[in-house]
Design a protein around this ligand. Sequence first.
Ligand code: GLN
Length: 534
Amino acid sequence: MTKFIFVTGGVVSSLGKGLTSAAIGWILERHGFTVSMQKLDPYINVDPGTMSPFQHGEVYVTDDGTEADLDLGHYERFTHAIIDKHSNYTTGKIYRSVIRKERRGDYLGRTVQVIPHITDEIKEGIRKGASSNPDVAITEIGGTVGDIESLPFLEAIRQFSLEAGPNDCMFVHLTLLPYLGASGELKTKPTQQSVGKLREIGIQPHTLICRTEKPMTDGMAEKISLFCNVRREAVIEERDVEFSIYEVPVDLIKAGLDKQILSQLQLEPRKPLVLDDWYRLLDTIRHPRGKVEIAVAGKYIDLHDAYKSIYESLHHAGISHAHEVVFRKVSAEALCEGDPGEHLAGVDGILVPGGFGERGFEGKIAAIRYARENDIPFLGICYGMQAAAVEFARNVAGIEGATTAEYAPDAEHPVIDLMEEQKSISDLGGTMRLGAFQCRLKPGTLSHRAYGTDEVFERHRHRFEFNNAYREQLESAGLVLAGVNEQLDLVEIVELADHPWFVGVQYHPEFKTRPAEPHPLFRDFVGAAIKRAK
Ligand code: GLN
């Protein structure tokens, strides 16, 4: 029998609800339970696939090709939950399904309404999220309590708890204790009000997790307990971390969160709690042996969340070498003019991430040329790999005007071209080459050495591809085609042989990394950068 935890958020957005939910999953796994993780998003887009990274941060991609919220990245980095199309439902996805049913006549002439039809559909989604029958299913509700658009989701989880057994459901509410510098105190009123809002719609939280930059005093916890109708020991402090987000789960254990969950859900731990390995990891993060500086040259560098998984992957790779990775965020647009050395001099590695469109593309090319000519370790991801192929075609193979058809559809030399099956597609949402595809690795290459295996499966999200018409010409000029998808006959990895470490991948390795198990390509890329730094 699966138990359910619903995580809501109050007072303000960006409290770290995704991280806290992932930490809850981590804590339960440490106690020997299996978990599933799910995010319900109140916005009306069917998925974030068509949203600008400036609006939404990165689009996370799952093995089954779902374009999803970036909180799913936290879930995968912290837990072993199966993450797929049922791990993320938006208002748009829910309504699309209800409207399809209505058009089919499934509602037999009834008036279709928010209650019960939309709320039933949400509850169905929650059950599908738990279809692997985990011990505990954790569902995070996006947005902030009090938003108009979250209401159907909150109503649905209220109904869900009513239908479940008394100890089968738990409501965790994440809130903020703002600190007023002028009077030097933390304030509890916003927490009282947001819990009040929840209680108005019939949800009494079992546990409050209070985000705060200063310690929460006993008196304050007692006050919150009294006014919010939550037992004192269930008012949990979540203080801002000093070094790393990977401190959050152990801090929450220290604050007693696991005891609250186990008692509310009447669960007995399945194994003794061992945290030594995690403390060692935190110790490595706190006391690195050295630093290494990696440039990330992209279009969205002003927003950390736009390349969230990439920064996390670099961080994990650094941990495996006991080094701190320092990011130099370089605007691809700034690189379009002048000397790239002005922006890139002194870095130990250069990473060019994925992206779309014309803006910044030439800047990426300039960064790649700089990496190639100066023997700086380079990792190109998706658009970054495509740009690497174009740069090589232009400046090494001498194909003048080589480019990607993405921004020059009528170019004479589209070294990167639209895939055949993409040519007839008109809808932008959910129509790219998405999800996990096979890649066969060529022995003797950097990628083969990194993975230590002949075949890998990695996640894709793109419309354009390396153009096979240029394969021979580029190979004979020295480009190494280190990985191919055999079924579709597509080039997935390009490398340089006469360079310390230069790898471009058509897929997104950043979606498969954990703090203690870095992605092999990121690990070796950062390793090469450390070697150069020395
Ligand atoms: N814009 C490129 C394409 O669609 C690359 C996409 C990406 O980097 N995710 O093929």
